[in-house]
Ligand binder design. Sequence first.
Ligand code: GLN
Length: 450
Amino acid sequence: LTPAELVNLTADAIEADRTTNAYISFDREAALRAAAAADVSSPLAGVPIAVKDNISILGQPTRCASRLLSPYTAPYDATSVRLLKKAGGIPLGRTNMDEFAMGASGENSAYGVTRNPNASDHIPGGSSSGSAAAVAARTAIAALGSDTGGSIRQPAGHCGIVGLKPTYGRVSRYGLVAFASSLDQIGPMAQTVEDAAILLQAISGHDPKDSTSADQPVPDFEAALGKDIKGLKVGIPAEYFTSGNHAGVSEAVRNTVSQLESLGAELVEIRLPHADAVVAAYYIIACAEASSNLSRFDGVRYGQRAQDVNGLMELFSRTREEGFGPEVKRRIILGTYVLSSGYYDAYYSRAQKVRSLVARDFAEAFKKADIIVGPTSPAPAPKIGDSALDHLQTYLADIYTIPANLAGLPAISVPCGSVKEGGAELPIGFQMTAPHFREDLLLKTGFALG
Ligand code: GLN
């Protein structure tokens, strides 16, 4: 297949898909132009890659699935997109998401809910809902997502695909619209571990344009694939194997742990004593950073501007009132509150202390274990509409994905079976976490699991 044929096949599949709403938009002509220029000897050789709507693509809309940014077009490429193009990949389409990456269901989008291709009345997870749904529905070969508290891994788990959040600093955040800058990472979502490795290879590396980008060598990720995992020490945290997990999830995860054992891995018990505090700490830190990051959306510099206003203050407030959806407003209010004088010490600075303790727990655990495993989420994908009823419950379901973001560690979700629910077959994700810059271990183990 030529790059142009691949682009056309993908674009036809996107047009034929009437179910998932995975794409907010896609530009066949732009992709065909890129295909004509693609170097077929390069690693991605003209493969179209779907890109989440919060990662800038030169000349294309970058709306973060928000009404506020509906008229906005990115004037430059994110570094990850630039590298993707350099490796011969073709960014195709803007995938649906929870507005500004806030959410875990794909329902908080100004462009309609995304549906799980495995069961269309269930959520695909989020916030990278469209990237996950597109890869699972095969309307994308692979995709880029972003992960602040689980937004690559959780939808990957719910949709039955592979999703990897790299080490903080591994992939440049330049051109990613910031949600919580100290937690955000761009990463690959793919049908196979091998594809995830190829995509990660393409987008990794130091970038002077992102001050938090790490000046670390990028290993050959594909070289890690196919190696055996004999003697690999697999950490089993008691805190992740509780009766609070859905029975089907527990069973699928236990089976995968046995599979690791039969491949020669050694199981070691570890403890993550602050696991019960991570959700609270994360939502304080993430909302605090979001309230600051989103202050730039004032109607003057970007996107939509409120009309017929009296003065600047009304321009700011009406633009934000009309432009942001309810979840984004909830987070800005919460973030402003925890940062306000009088509450800062009680909330924000305590959350930062918890964050240090979580990082220390992992450092301790990695003295005994090479990787740490468990479920990606405590339960399979809920039905559309269910999570709208209870925000706190939705936040709590991030319990297993948040720790890697707080500690800046790489983590992957790989498919590990499914559970039957109401006639639907709902995929389960198996999560593995590794020490900083050891994505190779995650890919090697994920590949070994097949
Ligand atoms: N579900 C989490 C949240 O709503 C994670 C989001 C993300 O990783 N972008 O904040």
